[in-house]
Design a protein around this ligand. Structure first.
Ligand code: PLP
Length: 370
């Protein structure tokens, strides 16, 4: 008998409960729940090793890490960013009273288009905040060159990347700071969580102070910091997740390859390929639907999948620049972001997570083909 259980776009990876209980027991015994506890310290060390980065500061979530990264570099005025991301990218600017300036994306990678950055720079520009969308690295060399030429900082929103490398070097080593998210929907999760990756000890120290109200010792507060600390339960989850991460990414790779094998050659449907010299983490599987060639619009396909209990996600739709908060900005005006405006009407992210069965992937593909 065939059951028609729902297939959701994502599902968090949860380790065996007994393993987590072991860690909880230690937390109960130590009664140390947060504020740079044992597991927090262990996780920072383990992540630096796993990711191949020098310094990492753990956060309670990625959004607070983004907001703090901007504070750390004292970014003001205008920041060039992409409209094709999750709203938190731009919200972090708004919360810092910074004006977002949207620049269009490349059709090949869906990342910010370096060719269009320079035209958006004004005397008020202080930084670029690109996103490695779906975990695919931005053109980091071109962005660095522009930033160096104009004296701008670069903060990468690396929420979708975990373990991604370019020529065996972590993508997190590019830019002044990189910000990660360990939200439940991500490849690697600590329930909620996030991190800032930086390249020197002094910066790490300041970030650590900022995420703890600006305290530098018991009695001295040097900055208007915030409370954005990761707690011990989150850190414990992070340590356990690290044991499974390679297997989980490998499974996502196999799912991606199966999708590609089954969906290749469908008229009006395209997907992204692996990039040369990049180790990917396969965090999403986006497809783009050209309605004239495919014979259906993206939304028609999305609804059809839903009828079959398959829940894709129109991610990213709408564009950040189309939300009421931002749509009045000059750079958000219709027609100014033609590639992003087109892609946002074409994209669906298909289900992908480490526990997704190959049978379910085939079912999704069959449904798309029919
Ligand atoms: C691109 C991007 N930036 C920022 C965030 C915010 O991260 P968090 O949910 O951990 O606050 C997310 C995801 O949630 C994201 O996808």
């Amino acid at each position: 008998m065939q059951t028609n259980k729902p297939i959701f776009v994502t599902q968090p990876f949860l380790p065996p409960l007994e393993e987590f209980q072991e860690y909880l027991k230690q937390i109960w015994e130590s009664k140390w729940l947060t504020n740079n506890g044992k597991f927090h310290q262990e996780l920072e060390k383990a992540l630096c090793e796993y990711l191949g980065v020098k310094y990492i500061s753990l956060f309670s979530n990625g959004t607070l890490a983004l907001i703090t990264a901007l504070q750390e570099l004292r970014i003001t005025g205008e920041v060039i960013t992409t409209p094709y991301s999750f709203v938190a990218t731009t919200h972090s600017l708004w919360w810092n009273n910074i004006k977002p300036v949207f620049v269009d994306i490349e059709p090949e990678t869906l990342n910010i288009d370096p060719d269009k950055i320079e035209a958006a720079i004004t005397p008020n520009t202080t930084a670029i905040m690109p996103v490695h969308v779906y975990g695919n690295p931005c053109n980091v060399q071109r962005i660095k060159k522009i930033a160096d030429t104009y004296g701008l900082k670069v903060i990468y929103d690396a929420a979708h990347t975990f373990g991604v490398t370019i020529n065996n070097n972590s993508v997190l080593n590019f830019g002044d700071l990189s910000v990660m998210s360990f939200h439940a929907t991500k490849v690697y999760n600590t329930f909620e969580g996030g991190a800032i990756v930086c390249h020197d000890e002094a910066t790490k120290k300041r970030i650590d102070n900022l995420k703890n109200f600006g305290f530098i010792n018991e009695t001295t507060v040097v900055a208007p910091g915030i409370n954005a600390k990761m707690n011990e339960v989150q850190a414990a989850m992070g340590l356990i997740q690290l044991k499974y991460i390679d297997a989980n990414i490998e499974k996502r790779k196999q799912i991606t390859e199966l999708y590609r094998e089954k969906l290749i050659g469908i008229n009006g449907l395209v997907f992204l390929d692996d990039m040369p010299n990049v180790k990917h983490c396969y965090s999403y599987f986006p497809i783009l639907i050209d309605k004239d060639k495919f014979g259906k619009t993206r939304d028609e396909l999305y609804e059809k999948l839903k009828e079959k209990n398959i829940f894709g996600r129109r991610y990213f739709y709408p564009l950040i620049s189309q939300f009421p908060t931002y749509k009045g900005l000059d750079s958000a005006q219709p027609g100014k972001l033609p590639v992003a405006e087109k892609i946002t009407e074409q994209v669906i992210c298909l289900p992908i997570y480490s526990n997704l069965s190959f049978g379910d992937v085939e079912k999704v593909c069959k449904c798309i083909k029919s």
